[in-house]
Design a protein around this ligand. Structure first.
Ligand SMILES: C[S@@+](CC[C@H](N)C(=O)[O-])C[C@H]1O[C@@H](n2cnc3c(N)ncnc32)[C@H](O)[C@@H]1O
Length: 228
């Protein structure tokens, strides 16, 4: 997570009303949960959903690994404690689909940064996105960068009628829930997102170059490190 992304998360949480509900999918070791919890109004509820199963935690880490997951869980707990927000965050140690019936009520701010494969990313945007209140915020990490996340965006958010694309900080995309009834508004919303596909292509090329050990090529493409 970059500083600009932390700033975007902070701003989204800080403008919520007391009593609002924030749901984060994919907490890893707590960095984004800490930003959200610190920025949120005192009476807001902050729910962090992460099974800490050691899978889907980064590139090439798709299979479960109990030891790795438990280490993430211990680091998450300790980081929240050290940041002074342990009491502010309700951690649900479940995969996001299993957490759906456990976390009740509408959502004012949804941050999606869980499993990045197409199936789970699509399910998170569809099933959790449906619970975002009108006027609420949806933030998606690795947008226009991960293939799975981007395909899910194309299917649900570019072609959809419920979320207006606000902008992005690197790969952190922001949407506002505002029904797009007018076909012209829908077309404009889709066009602004399709306009990000050049950035998506650049990110893919950078990842291919880095995976092949061609750092100078990635640097020439404008990102010598993995794009976030
Ligand atoms: C990219 S990391 C999240 C980073 C975090 N938001 C931060 O800023 O530090 C992805 C996380 O998603 C979690 N994850 C994997 N599968 C998940 C699922 N089905 N539901 C929720 N979280 C999941 C992983 O355990 C991992 O911690």
């Amino acid at each position: 997570m970059t500083d600009a992304q932390a700033g975007r998360l902070w701003a989204a949480a800080a403008r919520l009303a007391p009593g609002a509900r924030i749901v984060e999918i994919g907490s890893f070791r707590g960095r984004s949960a800490i930003v959200l919890a610190r920025a949120a109004p005192a009476a807001a509820e902050v729910v962090a959903i992460d099974p800490h199963g050691g899978s889907d935690r980064g590139p090439e880490e798709y299979t479960p690994d109990r030891e790795r997951g438990d280490a993430d869980h211990a680091a998450f707990t300790e980081n929240l404690r050290r940041a002074g927000v342990a009491e502010r965050v309700r951690h649900v140690r479940l995969p996001s689909d299993a957490a759906l019936p456990v976390v009740e009520g509408p959502i004012d701010l949804l941050y999606v940064d869980g499993a990045h494969r197409y199936g789970p990313a699509l399910a998170d945007l569809r099933d959790w996105g449906a619970r975002v209140v009108p006027g609420g915020t949806l933030l998606v990490h690795d947008a226009f960068s991960s293939i799975g996340v981007t395909l899910a965006q194309l299917r649900l958010l570019v072609a959809g009628t419920e979320f207006r694309y606000v902008g992005r900080s690197g790969t952190l995309a922001e949407y506002r829930r505002e029904p797009l009834a007018d076909p012209r508004a829908r077309a404009g919303n889709a066009a602004r997102q399709v306009g990000q596909l050049g950035y998506f292509g650049r990110n893919l090329a950078v990842k291919v170059a880095l995976t092949a050990g061609l750092t100078p090529v990635a640097r020439a493409l404008g990102s010598p490190t993995w794009p976030y």
